[in-house]
Design a protein around this ligand. Structure first.
Ligand SMILES: [Zn+2]
Length: 452
């Protein structure tokens, strides 16, 4: 009788794929713990206000390495270490962009050189601006038309996509290729309209790259208002632009990603949760990606504080150099491969610290269906969207090795207003939204740890 009864109880308490009453109790404990006692918001204040922006290769980045090491220890990691990574060093320096209109006056424009761009070595470079609205339009222009000119790529960030990451990837090709396209036809430098969802004049930086065998000419970004004004002026007159900048690549340097873990009780196979520790050299790198760093540390601390016995090793990775090289993510993947270290799952948070809507999943269909079968557990916490099929940039090398990867999918409406700008500050992060993100991440790691 006792045997039958326990079988019945087991049957009643088990939904498909092993979701139990115990899980919903753990979900509630995790949420209550984080929303009340979570430290990630205060840690983010500390990181952004006392260290600030932290581009790879900068002194501030090295400070953030020590900071993350300390925070992982405080969170209760059994083991904390630094992973060596060779990173590119890019510096901005002084920069200015001016235009001369018909009346002969020079006017300064708000601008930012794009990350990884070479500058003008402190000299003035000037020429007439040619505007194109799209790559198609640019392709139709001959080298004679472009020679010695400044090409202004005014491709707009589409407002039509509800998921703003789609608009971002749609426009990103202009930021990454404008310089080399311009150089190929003999132009002097490129100006791009910022990859921005906002109707303001804040310029957005971000990585660009040079094609091989093409001269490395500068590329700069201007904000949407300035871009609109420039478009208007160009309708009726010729405009000369003058750039003076000191940015450029300054070789390579040895730096580190920061790693901390709690050892698995059953085995040593690894579940990764992480974000990137570096940021661009403007603003404070609060949403991008201080948020992902403090949320990942919160996951580890919550397992410790609640005494949840993890079956597998849960490892927090604070990746170096996501913004202008992804060297931290590449090095981590390489190390995993060489050591043949078994990884079960990797989750990154690098889409901003906004209200979580779900988790994007990149893995085989059977695993996706299993995770979707847990969705009723997540719904009370506001996470319902498991439809995204992408994951974090730093964990792509793991994905390429066949490891299931994922990314926290927060609300994306405000992210590209501030992404890679001076406006990405701590004040733009809401405490509850940030902590709710950490909650969903911890709940997901709990389910994977228990069921995989
Ligand atoms: Zn990022």
């Amino acid at each position: 009788m006792k045997h039958i009864l326990s079988t019945v109880i087991l049957f009643l308490s088990l939904n498909s794929f092993g979701q139990t009453k115990e899980d919903s109790i753990q979900f509630s404990r995790i949420s209550t713990e984080i929303l009340n006692k979570g430290k990630s918001y205060n840690e983010l204040r500390d990181l952004t206000k006392n260290i600030g922006h932290r581009l790879s290769g900068s002194e501030a980045y090295e400070k953030s390495v020590k900071w993350a090491e300390q925070k992982l220890k405080e969170a209760g990691a059994d083991k904390v270490w630094l992973q060596e990574v060779m990173i590119p060093v890019w510096e901005r320096g002084k920069e200015s962009l001016k235009i001369k209109t018909q009346n002969g006056q020079w006017k300064s424009l708000k601008m930012l050189s794009l990350g990884n761009s070479e500058g003008t070595k402190g000299k003035d470079i000037s020429g007439e601006i040619i505007m194109v609205k799209s790559l198609d339009e640019y392709e139709k222009l001959s080298p004679e038309q472009i020679k010695d000119k400044i090409v202004f790529f005014s491709y707009p960030f589409s407002q039509s996509y509800v998921q703003t990451f789609k608009a971002y990837s749609d426009a990103a090709v202009y930021r990454s290729t404008a310089a080399s396209l311009t150089a190929k036809k003999g132009g002097k430098f490129a100006i791009v309209r910022s990859l921005s969802s906002a109707f303001d004049d804040v310029p957005h930086t971000g990585a660009m790259r040079y094609n091989e065998n093409v001269e490395k000419i500068p590329a700069v970004a201007i904000g949407n208002t300035t871009a609109d004004e420039l478009e208007n002026l160009l309708k009726s007159q010729k405009i000369t632009a003058k750039l003076n900048s000191n940015c450029g690549m300054k070789g390579e340097k040895l730096s580190h990603s920061v790693i901390g873990e709690i050892t698995g009780h059953k085995d040593q196979s690894v579940i990764v949760v992480g974000g990137h520790l570096d940021s661009w050299d403007v603003g404070e790198g609060a949403h991008d990606d201080g948020a992902g760093i403090v949320q990942s540390i919160e996951v580890l601390r919550t397992f410790k504080n609640l005494g949840i016995k993890n079956n597998h090793t849960i490892r927090v990775v604070c990746f170096a150099n996501e913004e202008n090289g992804v060297k931290g993510g590449q090095q981590y993947g390489k190390t995993v491969k060489e050591a043949n270290e078994k990884h079960l799952f990797a989750l990154e948070s690098d889409a901003g610290g906004f209200t979580p809507r779900g988790i994007a999943l990149e893995m085989d269909e059977s695993k996706i269906s299993q995770i979707k079968s847990w969705s009723s557990l997540f719904l009370p916490y506001g996470a319902y969207d498991f439809e995204g099929r992408y994951s974090g940039t730093d964990i792509y090398p793991l994905k390429d090795m066949g490891i299931p990867t994922a990314e926290l999918a927060p609300d994306s409406q405000r992210y590209f207003d501030i992404h890679h700008t001076e406006e990405d500050t701590f004040e733009k992060v809401n405490r509850r939204e940030l902590l709710l993100g950490a909650t969903i991440m911890t709940q997901m790691i709990y389910m994977i740890d228990k069921n995989w």
